[in-house]
Design a protein around this ligand. Structure first.
Ligand code: ACM
Ligand code: ZN
Length: 691
């Protein structure tokens, strides 16, 4: 009897497992509320699909189903049940126009049975998302029978591409819009202007593109960092760059709208405006190009210029939000400029942060008067935040939370999770990227809205999430795609899915979608070959100095303190990047000079210390490393000194200092000197007598 029960239980388990494996779907983002039943609907040739959409909505959806799903639509006021596939919009025209700002209005219900498919939504946007789920469920023209009731977690799910540092063609942008739509992203934040070149044709100010859209060379480091910086006029032989004509912009905006993506243009001001100051030096404080990034905010003609530019921007972009940058203004020349100083006095502004705030308020008033809203990077909160402004939180998450608490709309784009220009795997096997290490699972782990904010203004005003890719070190289309995918999948899932199914399940679906994108001609990071975290960081390193007192003769910087005084003897080794709180950074002229007190005279047999070298962020392997021991903590004997001899321009490596021998001593002192006054030294652990 017992055997029989066990046998039945095994059978039951088998049947559950087999039914699960039949319906194991790989949709990204994971739909909210999906249930399966037996069977499939087969997408036969000549399948008829019907919808009650009319006019432009019909045209746009029909184009998508015809081109991408081989399933043309018929428009019919009351879709007849005689058709197998029915897409029914149940909402009003007003709801349709509000869909981009409302998660509820982007929702849909999808039902697939062996004989029929029905998608219902209040809006055409919801129907579009229902179709995308359908497209992702399809395998070999078969769709498993399902019921899906799905609304996104956030109304705003975005991607920013920096088109200034390197220029990306219209065709390339459209290709990324296709992928964004496939993963239900709905905001393309277009970083159009910056020191790398102005990219948008402005009829009233032709010098912007004629004089700055091209430059002497493509390589960012050579062009910008090594001070060989020159813009060149359009048509200069061999010049690098490009810009979008107003027609290109209209085409991209229309292409995006057909995929239910709003394009939000970013026109940087008052900082990151080197190119504007070059084209129109009279808009700067000093009139000297190549010496400052900021516009002069004290001159009236700056406001006239910006308002005229924004007028053309508003004609081209229907987006309610216009992004005005606002980040990293130097505010340097404002301190001495007579115009800026006069304005500060006139308005009783105490400092340059308040001056920038005055500027932002004025720009906001102009946008609001024209029926638009201002969106800016979180620096716009310094001084005091313009009354209706929305904030994009990039310097971590605190600014976004704070702004939302004060009833400002917020988009979370924290750099430590959502800057996709960071490394995604062991930097030694990766193309050059910027400082941090942002693995797929780290992005997936970010929860923008922890439970503590449930029901609060933070929940109410958090519009959503956005990934950003800055392109200083990315000059090739394949490289940019490689940085975007699959990491963008994780953002898509966080933005859409209310109850994540866990990283193991997400990773499985990501692998499938990597293959899908590859088939469609995208150049994608091969997730199946991901090395993952640095081996040493995965477990505690056991050694005899663990937990011993440490004295710093050359102190770490508070900015990169890791766990402070215990950090180098806590057994916790760093990962590939320096931003995760395990690597400790030293910048003072004393370099790193650290004494570990072993507590008693000890046989010292081995000492190991890793040093990071990351050229672009001026973290260098040390010029010299000296190991000393002492019995009394006063008189030290040098037992080893090495000069690693690492070339400064090596993009990335971890230099492993190792000493082996046999000496006695109580105090072990490690001194590492920097090769240049402004270079960092980073280390993660002093391992003494490894066990
Ligand atoms: C930024 O990364 N400066 C917004
Ligand atoms: Zn000025």
């Amino acid at each position: 009897m017992r055997k029989q029960i066990l046998f039945c239980a095994a059978l039951l388990l088998l049947s559950i497992l087999s039914s699960v494996s039949v319906v194991a779907q790989d949709v990204i983002p994971q739909p909210n509320n999906i249930s399966y039943s037996k069977g499939y609907f087969t997408l036969n040739k000549g399948l008829k699909a019907v919808t009650n959409l009319t006019g432009q909505d019909f045209k746009v959806l029909n184009q998508f189903t015809s081109d991408d799903m081989d399933m043309p639509l018929i428009s019919m006021k009351k879709p007849s049940k005689a058709y197998n596939v029915r897409l029914i919009c149940t909402g009003t025209a007003l709801q349709a126009t509000q869909a981009q700002d409302s998660a509820r209005l982007q929702g849909y219900e999808l039902e697939v049975s062996p004989k029929s498919i029905t998608i219902q939504s209040l809006t055409p946007t919801g129907l579009f998302y229902g179709l995308l789920t359908l497209a992702q469920l399809e395998k070999g023209r078969q769709i498993p029978c399902v019921k899906v009731k799905d609304t996104p977690r956030f109304p705003y799910r975005g991607l920013m591409i920096d088109c200034s540092r390197h220029f990306w063609t219209k065709k390339f942008i459209m290709k990324q819009l296709d992928a964004m739509a496939y993963f239900k992203l709905n905001r393309f934040h277009w970083h159009l202007t910056d020191g790398g070149g102005w990219r948008m044709e402005v009829k009233q100010y032709p010098r912007l593109t004629n004089e700055t859209a091209y430059r002497t060379q493509s390589d960012w480091v050579k062009w910008w960092m090594e001070k060989d910086r020159k813009y060149c006029p359009v048509g200069t032989p061999g010049a690098y760059g490009g810009y979008y004509t107003q027609q290109d912009i209209k085409d991209i905006v229309r292409y995006a709208a057909a995929r239910h993506i709003t394009v939000i243009p970013e026109i940087e001001m008052p900082g990151h405006s080197d190119e504007v100051v070059y084209a129109y030096p009279e808009l700067s404080c000093t009139g000297k190009p190549y010496t400052q990034s900021d516009l002069c905010v004290g001159k009236e003609k700056t406001y006239t210029f910006l308002e005229n530019v924004l007028k053309e921007v508003m004609q081209l972009f229907p987006s309610e939000y216009i992004h005005i940058g606002g980040d990293e203004a130097e505010r340097r020349t404002w301190n001495t400029c007579p115009d800026c100083q006069r304005l500060m006095k006139e308005h009783n502004l105490k400092n340059t942060a308040e001056l920038q705030s005055y500027f932002t308020h004025r720009i906001e008033q102009f946008l609001n008067k024209n029926g638009r809203k201002l969106l800016g990077w979180d620096e716009i909160m310094e001084g005091n935040l313009a009354p209706n402004a929305a904030v994009m939180s990039w310097r971590g998450t605190d600014a976004g939370i704070e702004a939302a608490k004060h009833k400002h709309h917020v988009v979370m784009a924290p750099q430590q999770y959502y800057y996709l220009n960071m490394y995604q795997d062991d930097p030694m096997g990766q193309p050059k990227a910027q400082g941090g290490y942002t693995r797929l699972d780290k992005i997936y782990s970010y929860n923008p809205l922890p439970m503590t904010y449930k029901g609060t203004d933070v929940e109410k005003y958090m519009d959503g999430v956005q990934a950003c890719v800055w392109t200083e070190f990315i000059s090739e289309p394949d490289h940019l795609e490689y940085m975007l995918y699959p990491r963008l999948f994780a953002l898509a899932e966080t933005g859409w899915t209310k109850k994540p199914t866990g990283y193991v399940d997400f990773h499985r679906r990501a692998l499938v979608n990597v293959e899908r994108l590859k088939k469609e001609g995208y150049h994608v990071f091969d997730l199946s070959k991901e090395k993952g975290p640095r081996e040493e960081s995965r477990s505690i390193t056991i050694h005899e100095a663990l937990g011993k007192p440490v004295t710093y003769l050359g102190r770490y910087s508070e900015k990169y303190r890791a766990e402070g005084d215990s950090s180098l003897v806590n057994g916790l080794r760093g990962d590939w990047g320096y931003l995760e709180g395990r690597w400790q950074g030293f910048i003072d002229s004393t370099g790193m000079d650290v004494v570990v007190d072993m507590g008693k005279i000890t046989d010292i047999r081995d000492v190991e210390v890793d040093f990071m070298h990351m050229y672009d962020v001026v973290i260098y392997a040390p010029e010299s490393v000296t190991l000393m021991v002492s019995d009394d903590g006063k008189n030290y004997k040098t037992i080893d000194k090495v000069n690693p001899g690492i070339k400064a321009n090596v993009p990335y490596l971890l230099y492993p200092y190792v000493w082996k021998g046999n000496v006695k001593g109580r105090y072990v002192r490690m001194k590492a000197l920097s090769r240049e006054p402004d270079a960092w030294i980073f280390t993660d652990e002093i391992i003494i007598n490894r066990k």
